[in-house]
Design a protein around this ligand. Structure first.
Ligand code: SF4
Length: 353
């Protein structure tokens, strides 16, 4: 849960999660959709899927494996997690190397190669620390002391070398390069992808949703229906060909969202129908918070639901649908996407490329 997130932000998610799934068997027995709903908002949804698959593997085996190879074979468990579980839960002599530990070790051994090329050398050096007799005697304490040293003393910008227990042996400090390690190659700007998603509301105030494929980005999460995401801008005609129903689609805001490898700009279009007949499923607006919506989709819901064009049509049997919104809100000429882009709102201007 702590990937790219602060402890303070994670605590309420963690508490809800362990209350809902108090042990491995409860997690294994739960439907994946419930697990994803409990994870919604944390990002990195592959972790939730792997956690669920891992719980099922552990429950089927009757317990956790007690060796590093067995731990590594569990879904979602890599080198770092296997070493952390092994050292902390089972007292196995292993040094888990996370970002904090990488930094401490790169400085301690003055490893100057840039990341990620430096990783093998860092792992080897970390393993040599774990070979110390005192570390071998208390693997759990040693692992957690390393985490804490990196988090509180050997911090990224300003290592507090004066209070560090490894002050005298630290090659990075002696060379005066500690604060520059580990070296990183300059980041390339993230590419931008563009998409259009559709807010479709029926007469009962229900919104059309769909579930993403189980695998891939945001796999298994719930979303507003939409186009694929791509580098080229969408024309209105192209975008509307992906709409769930042929309706009068109107601009309903724009959302930007950063993923690890790209930045996404979503144009939202809204329409209303007394009866929705489209692939997907309907949920009342007030129940959307309980759905497995990603942070991206929560932004989209928040943006689209605030637009006048997103309000539900009159109730069934309530006579003719109200006349359309004023023309400046409608699609009476021009490209709705262009006018959505032109609409002043608090989000930064769309990046052109
Ligand atoms: S002496 Fe300084 S740079 Fe070296 S490990 Fe300690 S805090 Fe980090």
């Amino acid at each position: 849960m702590l990937q790219q997130t602060t402890v303070a932000a994670v605590i309420p998610y963690y508490e809800r999660f362990v209350t809902r799934f108090p042990n491995t068997n409860a997690l294994a027995a739960a439907p994946l959709d419930d697990v994803l709903a409990a994870w919604a908002g944390l990002g990195y949804y592959a972790r939730a899927r792997n956690l669920h698959a891992c719980a099922q593997a552990v429950a089927a085996a009757g317990g956790f494996p007690r060796d590093l190879d067995g731990l590594r074979a569990l879904p979602g468990v890599g080198e770092y997690t296997a070493a952390a579980i092994g050292a902390i839960a089972f007292g196995i002599s292993a040094v888990p190397v996370d970002g904090n530990v990488e930094r401490v070790v790169a400085r301690l051994f003055a490893i100057g190669a840039p990341m990620p090329a430096a990783k093998p050398a860092i792992r080897e050096a970390a393993a040599s620390l774990g070979a110390d007799p005192q570390a071998r005697a208390r693997p759990s304490d040693f692992a957690q002391a390393l985490f804490d040293l990196g988090a509180t003393v050997c911090t990224p910008a300003a290592p507090a070398c004066g209070i560090c227990p490894w002050l005298t042996g630290c090659a990075g400090r002696r060379a005066g390069i500690a604060a520059d390690l580990p070296r990183k190659v300059a980041k390339q700007p993230r590419p931008v992808r563009l998409g259009v998603h559709f807010w479709l509301c029926d007469a009962d105030g229900q919104v059309l949703l769909r579930r993403r494929p189980r695998h891939g980005l945001l796999g298994g999460m719930v979303e507003l229906p939409g186009t694929p995401w791509r580098a080229e801008p969408w024309s209105a005609a192209e975008a509307v060909s992906h709409a769930p129903m042929a309706l009068e689609w109107r601009p309903a805001g724009q959302v930007r969202h950063g993923f690890t490898h790209f930045e996404l700009v979503i144009d939202l279009l809204a329409a209303r129908a007394r009866v929705v007949e489209a692939e997907g499923f309907l949920r009342p607006v007030e129940a959307l918070a309980g759905e497995a919506l990603s942070s991206l989709m929560r932004k989209c819901v928040s943006m689209a639901s605030a637009y006048p064009s997103s309000r539900p049509p009159p109730a069934r049997g309530g006579g003719e649908e109200r006349s359309p919104l004023p023309l400046r809100e409608g699609v009476g000429g021009g490209d709705p996407l262009d006018r959505a882009r032109a609409r002043p709102h608090h989000l930064p201007a769309r990046r052109r490329h």
